[in-house]
Write a protein that binds this ligand. Sequence first.
Ligand code: IPM
Ligand code: MG
Length: 357
Amino acid sequence: MSKTVLILPGDGIGPEIVAEAKKVLDAINKSGSLGIEYSHGKLGGGSIDECGVPLSDETLALARESDAILLGAVGGPKWDQIDAAIRPEKGLLKIRSELELFANLRPAILYPQLAEASTLKPEVVSGLDILIVRELTGGIYFGQPRGIRTLENGERQGYNTYVYAEHEIERIGRNAFEMARKRGKKVCSVDKANVLEATVLWREVMDRLSAEYPDVELSHMYVDNAAMQLVRAPKQFDVIVTGNMFGDILSDAAAMLTGSIGMLPSASLDKNGCGMYEPCHGSAPDIAGQGIANPLATILSVAMMLRYSLDMPEAAVQVEEAVSKVLDQGLRTADIYTDGMQKVSTSEMGDAVVAAL
Ligand code: IPM
Ligand code: MG
């Protein structure tokens, strides 16, 4: 049965890294004749330039029809001054929200070959394998009311609303417990329950859910402490579950443990496993067009796509093993380069992964 993958290269380095990831998907598709078909759309700045909005109805319709979406990254200085309502990032938030991609999985795995590339001591990070489960369609990112208003004294005030309904907490919690069941059987729920009521409820719901998963150990941690523990002793974590904003911040920190943010893939799933796959890093406009970006996070996102949306777990493992093989060969893009290794370009890295397959 054929499956449709919507390709959204996006802005900045997006098109470069997506091209490499697509090479890998093509290679898998050919050898395994998966019957994958592609559709193509625009998201972010490129879409603003073309049709005035960061996510057009056409692209959204293509997204709804597809089994999975491969996204590069969105945004850049060109669109920084644009009206906040149509910034490139709004397109990303809208597609996440419209498709109800509430479960964002961000695995931070240290490939042993890259222990030296991390800014942390090898003994602190070697063997690291954390899964951050970030709630993606709620919290302060979407809460109403929001805006910038003018007070009576003429001063302007910015405001946002941090809000979570029980069902939103419950569904992401279940996701985290289910994931933990398949791995280290530990969930650490991260909140700020000493200050924020929304996360007092978050903690309550996690505790309630935990009774249904007696085989999984649940712990709670305040987000400030979690940030510290991530750089102090990251291997204490198995699955971390947290809200939208805390997950955004902690996943960038976790990314650096793995040597480079260029190594961190992600999956954003709805309740049926349909999903959007993208690297955790941004569009890196400063290095766009130079052919030096690391495509591995996007290639590893393809592995997640094969696993979670295309029902091809063996192919997912093949891609992950191919990535490991090219690291064994000493190939490194600039961001993960260390002395004695061979520096390669974006496309050389993609070609090497295809060859390793
Ligand atoms: C991410 C990004 C996005 C987010 C931005 C680009 C809106 O930082 O996916 O982590 O904050 O969710
Ligand atoms: Mg982020």
